[in-house]
Design a binder for this molecule. Structure first.
Ligand code: SF4
Length: 444
């Protein structure tokens, strides 16, 4: 019987070109598992590569887990595999891989050092494995049969079954987990998946494509008990159901909860619910992260975003007026010409958008967008699926030129942010130096 488990959240990257120290995420998924395992009498520790000082291999050597669970995203795939190999070779642990990348691209983990792959958010399947339920009877599980891998159909998971996370690890590293200047910042999840179907996004396909939400009272009670004043609601989109958001506001007021909040919300919801945005501001909403995606109608249509440029402008105006920081997230499309980068910058300026993030269009592995770009893919290194690298050939310029224009845009946005004083906690110089370096280095 397994009595000792190690849960790993990988390092983000081993280069300096990332947002470590600016956005560091509480390993919430592992804290749910930790709560579940501890309540079953299993000793459980977490190792989070974002904050740990000792290497994972040393942790494995010292702790000698009988079970290793590793989660992660596409860009962390090679680290995930490295930890699996270490646990197998050092102490022969039972190795389980889970999390969103494994759920979406499970076949990439068909390697000898992995024993089981979870294709579901249902963490209770880990207990089934520990309790010796035969793999054929565990839905959403990939397992080995001789030298072949078999994969059981997954079922949608009802999120309300999740336990309250064990935040011991978060509290002992609260000097590290942050969202920009909000430090520490605790994560709360109220839903899985998303009812929308934007073409570039694979999150709506997670949980078998089924959107599932927790009762909002449970969410508010959880938030009330978290010993942290900053709460990042990490749902793919928190602002979907107006009545649910109104109930959230009512309960936060009723229990006198005074915290700052970060959440994702679509531009159409913000534009259509302006009075509600003012109420969210009053109860402490501080950042709303909004996928504006494009300043050009044709891209919004091709992404099937179901919003318009007009609606994006209204959303920015609304949040600027009520005083919530809108973090506008955009996609630098691979069909961009040099003037598209300039147009995007002008739109951002014209609309007085201060907080901006621009990702390079990245066709997710195992998606219809990947199929569309298959002939243009130029990388097979999953570490480059970080939205900062060009992984498919740009249409109207060379890779080198594309990086040049992308980094010029990033520098202009940073300089604009510096003038507006929005990221005073950042070391601007080092970011600008790294953008300058990458203007010429990537794809060179
Ligand atoms: S981009 Fe946002 S709204 Fe669109 S499918 Fe993904 S999570 Fe949903």
């Amino acid at each position: 019987m397994i009595k000792k488990a190690l849960l790993i959240h990988p390092e983000i990257s081993r280069t300096k070109y990332n947002f470590a120290g600016v956005i560091d995420n509480e390993p919430l998924e592992l804290e749910y598992i930790s709560a579940m395992l501890k309540s079953s009498g299993i000793t459980c520790e977490i190792w989070d590569g974002q904050v740990e000082k000792i290497p994972a291999a040393k942790k494995i050597k010292d702790f000698r887990p009988e079970l290793l669970y590793v989660c992660g995203r596409t860009r962390q795939e090679s680290f995930m595999k490295e930890y699996c190999r270490a646990a197998k070779s050092i102490c022969g642990s039972v190795v389980i891989v889970g999390g969103i990348h494994a759920q979406h691209c499970f076949e990439r983990f068909y390697i000898s050092e992995v024993d089981y792959i979870l294709k579901t958010f249902d963490i209770f399947k880990i207990l089934d494995i520990i309790n010796g339920v035969t793999p054929e009877r565990i839905s959403g599980l990939c397992y080995k049969c001789g030298d072949k891998w078999l994969s059981n159909e997954a079922e949608p998971f009802d999120i309300s079954r999740l336990p309250i996370p064990d935040r011991t690890y978060f509290y002992s590293h609260s000097d590290r987990y942050r969202y920009l200047e909000l430090l520490p910042c605790a994560h709360v999840r109220t839903s899985y998946s998303c009812p929308f179907r934007c073409t570039f996004c694979y999150r709506n396909r997670l949980n078998c494509g089924k959107y599932t939400v927790r009762p909002i009272r449970d969410v508010v009670m959880e938030i009330r008990n978290i010993k942290c004043n900053n709460i990042y609601i990490i749902d793919d989109d928190f602002l979907i159901d107006k009545r649910r958001v109104e109930e959230f506001i009512r309960l936060v007021r009723k229990y006198g909860i005074k915290k700052k909040y970060v959440c994702y919300g679509r531009a159409d919801f913000i534009a259509a619910n302006q009075p509600l945005m003012a109420e969210l501001k009053k109860i402490g909403f501080y950042y709303i992260l909004t996928g504006l995606e494009a300043s050009d109608e044709s891209y919004l249509e091709s992404y099937r975003k179901k919003t318009t440029v007009d609606c994006n402008e209204t959303a920015v105006r609304t949040l600027n007026r009520v005083g919530i920081n809108i973090m506008g997230m955009f996609i630098a499309d691979l069909d961009f010409s040099p003037s598209d980068f300039t147009k995007l910058y002008s739109w951002i300026r014209r609309n007085k958008l201060s907080h901006v993030a621009v990702s390079i269009l990245t066709p997710e592995l195992n998606s219809s967008m990947f199929d569309k770009y298959r002939d243009r893919i130029i990388s097979d290194d999953p570490a480059e699926w970080d939205y900062l690298h060009v992984v498919a050939k740009p249409k109207k310029m060379s890779v080198k030129e594309y990086y040049f224009h992308y980094h010029i845009l990033m520098i202009r946005l940073f300089v604009k942010g510096w003038r507006e004083g929005i990221y005073d906690f950042l070391d601007y110089g080092s970011y600008i130096r790294s953008f300058l370096k990458n203007m010429f280095r990537f794809g060179g």
